[in-house]
Ligand binder design. Structure first.
Ligand SMILES: Nc1ncnc2c1ncn2[C@@H]1O[C@H](COP(=O)(O)OP(=O)(O)OP(=O)(O)O)[C@@H](O)[C@H]1O
Length: 252
């Protein structure tokens, strides 16, 4: 397995987000992490990326405790795309994506032919080849987001975590990205976990869905999650409710 959460707890001060959570995420699988606003999706992803500590329990990546990985081992094991609006004004997109190769380049950071080919392919996979020489200060939020996703693809790690990667994307690009992530998980045997508020994408394109039900986490195959009753309970409100038949939100 690629990610193992072993009785973890996450909290800020006296506020507990998750408690006693155990789950495993396998290689070759695409998992959506869902939950209401403020339930801890970003905090959990950051903890799995080694950017924040769990207040209890252990996290293992590819069979090794995350806490024992050196920075270089971590950089070659897990890639993370945050929700931050990253705009590196003076770097061309291909140079931003090339940063993903940093863990593999030699001590002066020189890119080899193979590294360049990976950068090119990563830009191509997210449909941004035409932007290779453009700088990010003249691009839309969605275009920048796709470049940051290309950077994590270039990092070529067995575990990829993405925090709301579809947030700035238009509808066709949301589905294109989720389909690309599913293909990468299956064909390149990666373990990919991303947070999203797109229930439809989570339930129709992902292998499994992890749902934060404070302070628990339910992790089920997507079909089982749709039928579990958990989504109706957590996502239905005064004006809208989840319809498990169509797997969509409808107005009351
Ligand atoms: N650095 C911090 N210090 C204290 N509290 C924080 C910090 N970061 C986040 N929180 C709080 O922790 C809770 C979980 O935040 P988090 O960003 O993980 O939620 P989320 O599920 O990703 O939310 P959203 O769907 O709105 O993006 C929120 O209530 C937030 O206010």
């Amino acid at each position: 397995m690629s990610i193992r959460l072993d009785h973890i707890a996450l909290s800020y001060g006296s506020r507990t987000l998750l408690d006693n959570v155990s789950a495993t995420f396998e290689q070759g699988q695409l998992t959506a992490l869902i939950g209401r606003n403020g339930t801890g999706k970003s905090t959990l992803l950051r903890a799995m990326a080694g950017l924040g500590a769990a207040s209890a329990g252990n996290i293992e990546l590819c069979g090794r405790p995350l806490a024992t990985l050196t920075p270089h081992e971590r950089a070659t094991t897990v890639g993370f795309v945050t929700t931050d609006r990253v705009r590196i004004a003076n770097l061309a997109c291909e140079d931003v994506v090339a940063l993903g190769r940093a863990p593999y380049t030699n001590w002066i950071g020189r890119m080899q032919e193979a590294d360049r080919a990976i950068v090119e392919r990563s830009l191509e996979l997210v449909g941004m080849s035409g932007f290779a020489r453009k700088t990010m200060d003249r691009m839309s939020d969605g275009e920048c987001q796709r470049v940051m996703i290309a950077r994590v693809l270039a990092q070529d790690t067995p575990v990829i975590l993405l925090d709301e990667p579809t947030a700035f994307l238009d509808l066709p690009n949301r589905y294109t990205l989720a389909t690309l992530l599913r293909r990468l998980a299956r064909e390149e045997r990666k373990c990919i976990l991303f947070s999203t508020h797109d229930l439809d994408i989570a339930l129709s394109l992902c292998d499994s869905v992890a749902l934060i039900d404070t302070p628990s986490l339910h992790h089920l195959p997507a079909d089982a999650m749709a039928r579990s009753g958990l989504i109706e309970r957590l996502f239905s409100g005064e004006n809208a409710c989840f319809d498990p038949e169509t797997r969509t939100i409808r107005l009351r």
